[in-house]
Write a protein that binds this ligand. Structure first.
Ligand code: HEC
Length: 258
């Protein structure tokens, strides 16, 4: 009696385990890549690779039960406001079409278990970490700002990533005001960057040609003035943005600001 029960339990568990992976291939792989994506494959994907999906879920949630419930719910009732991926990326590929009628809640439970135990692959996490590191270096290289500490965030970028999130809960009125700030900031910084480029090139060229540093003193001063101006635009953007947002919204965007 005991033996049969044990056998039954084991076979059930085994069926479930294989079913999760099979279901994932059958129901999700037509859109989501299941293997770890290569860097060059990323721009052509029509949906985020499963590695990216679970990577984002893990960033947004700690609790396994919550993660599982999120997956089950999202597949049946997808919505940009619930998404854990960046709002601009979701807008780019379009919100996932609901899979209601194509997959059951029970099937999704085992798919979710499979997803959370298999993803993200180590190789993918390493690639993302490297990409993020490169992004940081490039941002710093192209930065016209005097202060680039972590404490001075790029509000426009943060907002683009979280624009549609229910947890941020931007009202239509806030969005309208924020778009004005965004436009002013972007055009202000762009204009300064365009002026900076030739000045910086002149300084570099003078040094390559072994010229006296004094010969580019004027350019240096112009660069300093432009960077000062860009920093003022940056600070104004932070001040205006945070004055449009509520305390809770600022806390959501900048948890390290407390
Ligand atoms: C018809 C194509 C398609 C199919 C089939 C599909 N997905 Fe998606 N899925 C997408 C797209 C596109 C996105 C990105 C946009 C978004 O997040 O809504 C996405 C995003 C997701 C997300 C991330 C949600 C977020 O936070 O942005 C999860 C979780 C997800 N899919 C799970 C699944 C699972 C599990 C299956 C299989 C049952 C599945 N998907 C099948 C197209 C699809």
């Amino acid at each position: 009696m005991k033996k049969t029960l044990l056998l039954l339990v084991t076979t059930t568990a085994m069926t479930l385990a294989s079913t999760g992976a099979e279901l994932l291939t059958k129901k999700c792989a037509s859109c989501h890549m299941l293997k770890a994506p290569e860097f060059h494959e990323l721009p052509t994907l029509k949906a985020p690779a499963m590695d990216a999906v679970v990577f984002h879920i893990n960033l947004a949630m700690q609790n396994e039960k919550e993660k599982k419930a999120f997956i089950v719910d999202y597949v049946l009732n997808p919505d940009a406001s619930k998404s854990v991926c960046e709002s601009n990326k979701v807008a780019q590929v379009g919100v996932m079409p609901s899979q209601k009628g194509k997959v059951t809640k029970e099937e999704l439970e085992s798919i979710a278990t499979e997803l959370l135990s298999t993803y993200p692959h180590k190789k993918f996490v390493a690639m993302i970490k490297e990409m993020q590191g490169n992004d940081k270096i490039n941002a710093l290289k192209g930065s016209p700002f005097l202060v680039n500490s972590e404490g001075l965030p790029h509000m426009t970028k943060l907002l683009v990533h979280n624009w549609d999130k229910a947890k941020l809960g931007l009202t239509a009125e806030q969005k309208e005001k924020l778009l004005v700030v965004r436009k002013e900031t972007m055009s202000g910084v762009k204009k300064i960057k365009q002026q900076l480029k030739p000045l910086e090139d002149e300084v570099a060229e003078a040094m390559i040609d072994r010229e006296d540093p004094k010969s580019v003193e004027k350019q240096l001063e112009q660069i300093a003035t432009l960077k000062l101006e860009a920093s003022r635009v940056h600070l104004k953007c932070i001040a205006e943005t945070t004055s449009i947002l509520s305390e809770e919204q600022v806390e959501f965007l900048l948890p390290f600001w407390e």
